[in-house]
Design a protein around this ligand. Structure first.
Ligand code: CS2
Length: 492
């Protein structure tokens, strides 16, 4: 039997279940980018809010839209949008049935009109988790007018990108004379709200829609947020665990997450769920400090663990962080390079760094390096290049960043030779692979060609030629030496 509203009462008492009747919910939130992260993050906080708010909470159901996964929308619908979240505590697993999603839609479904959902009177807030690459931005944070998906959406009445959907939905709100929803970007981008606002305005400018752009600029709010929770890709073990916890009921879409939860939101006026009911949620006047610490120290260190880890044959972040040599290199990189411009008070930075390494090593979290390695070209600028630039300007070493970039290039070089053992997913994959093919075996030329991609790396780095040379040297070593021994020597 499948988990559903009808079978919810069969769920054993050891499992947390919603403190409300899911069928009573009305949609007050629209989410773009229904995926694992959303299901373990915004849904969790919203479920806590609804549970605490009583009858008023029932206005905060979520209409959740998958951008690329019709299968997930279907599986959710088949289970009345219920699913199990397995929280992997160090001491064991806690299972909860999540029930705050009222409807799951797929953006590509011709019968789903997402812009109309956005413009519906009951929609007060739109949240987004479409990943950094889902915004089609250039390294400077502006919209990439040449991105194929954006070009396609400019001429579409049924847009497919998040930016296109926001533009179309907001256009409707304006025509209807309604109050626009608050747009809450929940992706790992610097100043994510401001950046999204800029991208929407860029899109409208490309379309020549000045009137709508003016209205959006004046009336629509895009608060900044910072989100943090490590959510691996669901595994067969998760499905097995869910079945056990649910007393034999089947859940086809359970997922697991670490206990850590953070959602820092720039405070805004207006109707909103009582998200503070969930520990780790905070409304603040300035998100910046939290955001830079997280983007650079957490997400940036994830990248070094992933790119270097894969070359050393390590499959997960936990394995990479627990590897003595790579763990040392990553911790040093985090502490010495990735704290550039991070304004947490001294001891807090130390404690944060320690917490992060412990979180990475959590063996209950099977977070594949292949997954973290995805879409590097969209992540590089804010997570790696910005601190690297600051370090170079201050005369500090950038050995970790050099190793990271060389390893990333090595992924494409291996892939181009059909020798990379894991998948390589990146919006610029074809171009980057081509660069490797053109400069085959010439590491300096490869490094030069990669760094010249301004849409990824931004303007030339300080002492550019020296950086190219260092990256090329590291790339040669990664190619010619045994990676394990190389890491051991670098860790000293
Ligand atoms: C990861 C993030 O995929 C990545 O780039 O660094 O998904 C990371 O796990 C989350 O941001 C944690 O909050």
């Amino acid at each position: 039997m499948l988990l559903s509203r009808a079978t919810l009462e069969l769920v054993p008492e050891t499992v947390h279940t919603p403190r409300f009747l899911p069928e009573k919910l009305r949609s007050g939130l629209l989410h773009l980018g229904c995926g694992n992260f959303h299901r373990a993050h915004q849904v969790t906080a919203t479920q806590a809010a609804i549970g605490q708010q009583g009858v008023a909470g029932l206005d905060w159901g979520i209409t959740s839209v998958t951008m690329r996964r019709p299968d997930l929308a279907q599986s959710l619908s088949a289970q009345d949008n219920l699913y199990t979240l397995l929280t992997r505590e160090p001491t064991g697993t806690v299972a909860s049935v999540m029930g705050a999603i009222t409807r799951a839609l797929h953006a590509g479904d011709p019968s789903a009109d997402i812009a109309a959902e956005l413009a519906a009177e009951g929609t007060h807030i739109v949240t987004l988790t479409v990943t950094a690459s889902g915004y089609h931005l250039r390294a400077d944070g502006s919209l990439d007018p040449d991105a194929t998906e954006i070009v396609a959406d400019l001429g579409q009445s049924r847009p497919r990108t998040a930016i296109g959907i926001l533009a179309a939905g907001l256009a409707r709100v304006r025509t209807q004379g309604g109050t626009p929803p608050v747009i809450l970007c929940c992706d790992n981008l610097p100043h994510n709200g401001e950046t999204l606002r800029g991208a929407v305005l860029d899109f409208l400018a490309l379309r020549g829609d000045d009137a709508l752009a003016g209205w959006v600029a004046d009336t629509v709010r895009f608060p900044n947020t910072m989100v943090d929770r490590i959510v691996p890709i669901p595994s067969a073990d998760d499905r097995e665990d869910a079945r056990r916890f649910l007393g034999g009921l089947e859940d086809r879409i359970p997922l697991s997450a670490e206990p850590w939860f953070q959602w820092i939101i720039e405070d805004f006026e207006g109707k909103r769920p009582f998200w503070e009911a969930h520990p780790g949620t905070k409304f603040v006047s300035d998100v910046d400090v939290f955001e830079r610490a997280k983007l650079q120290m957490l997400n940036g260190t994830h990248m070094i663990l992933a790119y270097v880890g894969a070359l050393a044959g390590l499959g997960t972040i936990a394995e990479a962080a627990a590897d003595p040599a790579l763990g040392t290199i990553a911790a040093r990189f985090m502490r010495q390079e990735q704290t550039a411009g991070v304004a947490l008070p001294g001891n807090e930075t130390d404690a944060y760094a320690r917490d992060l390494m412990a979180r990475f090593r959590n063996p209950g979290i099977v977070h594949e390096v292949e997954r973290i390695g995805r879409n590097g070209s969209a992540k590089m600028a804010s997570r790696i290049i910005q601190p690297m630039r600051e370090n170079l300007m201050a005369g500090r070493a950038v050995t970790g960043a050099t190793l990271l970039i060389a390893s990333w290039i090595r992924w494409f070089a291996l892939h181009e030779q059909e020798a990379l053992e894991i998948a390589l997913v990146d919006p610029r994959a074809d171009t980057l692979r081509q660069l490797c093919a053109e400069a085959r075996d010439d590491h300096a030329a490869q490094a030069e060609a990669f760094l010249a991609m301004e849409s990824v790396f931004g303007p030339p780095l300080p002492d550019h030629d020296r950086q190219v040379e260092n990256i090329a040297t590291m790339l040669r070593r990664l190619t010619e030496e045994d990676v394990g021994s190389l890491l051991r020597s670098l860790a000293h």
